[in-house]
Design a protein around this ligand. Structure first.
Ligand SMILES: Nc1ncnc2c1ncn2[C@@H]1O[C@H](COP(=O)(O)OP(=O)(O)OP(=O)(O)O)[C@@H](O)[C@H]1O
Ligand SMILES: [Mg+2]
Length: 332
């Protein structure tokens, strides 16, 4: 039987296939015609259209802040991704699929995932919360007695948790992620330079000049529209210009991480202080994020080897191991 792990992220959908590894990582978006509702492009191709289309095209993100907000488009998108990796509808029917879900997932979201799976022809599904998958994807030793602490920062969602194979000890899901930094950078550039830039540009700024080392000083030329005159203009934006946007996000996550740490029973807390915490998710790739956390929390912080793939890699490891799957799957 074919086994798949699917991480339907707010920003990027990742799929792991047992026997092959990570077989897909594409933006979770669909370009739709506003005139007749037809689908124009999906995934990578759709993302390239952001900010460049006429008013007759809208870009839909079916997963927002880790919730399936457009079930119909989610099904169109996932069916397309499955086809792309050679999983036809008849194959999907015989596949066993694991979906990653946010910490503390409610039955309403599980139902949406079941409906999505059914719409794609998938009959056998399992659900596992992000923190477990992230730690398994990083090959952290997970047992009933040894707790782990993970912070996964994605595009629209951040999961913070201390847990063992026995379950979550303390944790929280926040509906913020790298997308919030992108919007913040747009506002920041508008305020400082009087220039309106697009989402693609702000994300690129975050990835290239963005750094949580205050002394870093890279810069990048960006194109946008002058807010006053409406004419195209370009400016050089530096690391220092966007530092505040990154810091705002990191400080918020650190504040909640401290709260979760404060809730831990003394013995768990001792182990966590000793072993440190682990960061994953695409947003953990921001330069200096690990050192920034380490400095603020005064503890060891480990960045996953493949931050953005940790969850789906963990999904692959879990769907391939019945014992692990039984220990971590969400019941119901
Ligand atoms: N090198 C990088 N530097 C900074 N940010 C990055 C980098 N690479 C990816 N990102 C950001 O990571 C985010 C996507 O991460 P990820 O794929 O983990 O999210 P997701 O799983 O789709 O979303 P979520 O878990 O919130 O539902 C985006 O905001 C993206 O801009
Ligand atoms: Mg994610």
């Amino acid at each position: 039987m074919m086994k798949l792990a699917i991480d339907l992220g707010s920003s990027v959908t990742k799929i792991f296939k047992i026997g092959s590894g990570v077989v897909l990582a594409e933006p979770s978006c669909v370009a739709v015609s506003t005139a007749h509702g037809g689908v124009k492009a999906i995934g990578e191709e759709a993302k390239r259209l952001i900010g460049k289309t006429a008013e007759f095209t809208t870009i839909v993100f079916p997963v927002f802040e880790a919730d399936i907000v457009n079930g119909e488009m989610a099904a169109v998108m996932l069916s397309y991704f499955l086809e792309k990796i050679g999983v036809t509808r008849s194959r999907a029917r015989r596949a066993e699929v694991l979906f990653s879900v946010p910490i503390g997932v409610q039955s309403g979201l599980i139902e949406k995932y079941r409906a999505l799976a059914a719409a794609c022809g998938i009959r056998t599904v399992h659900f596992v919360e992000v923190p477990f998958l992230s730690s398994l994807g990083q090959n952290m030793p997970l047992s009933e007695t040894e707790p782990a602490f993970v912070v996964d920062m994605g595009g629209g969602n951040t999961n913070i948790a201390a847990f063992s194979l026995d379950g979550v000890i303390a944790g929280i899901g926040l509906n913020i992620g790298g997308g919030n930094i992108d919007s913040q950078i747009i506002d920041c550039v508008a305020e400082q330079f009087g220039l309106k830039i697009g989402l693609q540009t702000s994300e690129k700024l975050k990835m290239t000049v963005g750094s949580l080392y205050e002394t870093d000083n890279e810069s990048m030329i960006v194109n946008g529209r002058d807010i006053q005159s409406g004419r195209p203009r370009s400016v050089a934006v530096s690391s220092a210009d966007v530092y505040g946007c990154l810091k705002l996000f990191a400080d918020k996550v650190i504040e909640y991480t401290s709260m979760v740490i404060a809730k831990l029973p003394a013995e768990v807390s001792a182990v966590i202080w000793h072993n440190g915490i682990s960061l994953s998710g695409g947003t953990a790739r921001i330069i200096g994020m690990d050192d920034y956390f380490s400095h603020a929390l005064q503890m060891d912080v480990n960045l996953a080897d493949e931050p953005q793939m940790a969850v789906v890699l963990g999904g692959g490891r879990t769907i391939g191991d019945e014992e692990v799957l039984d220990a971590v799957r969400v019941e119901g």
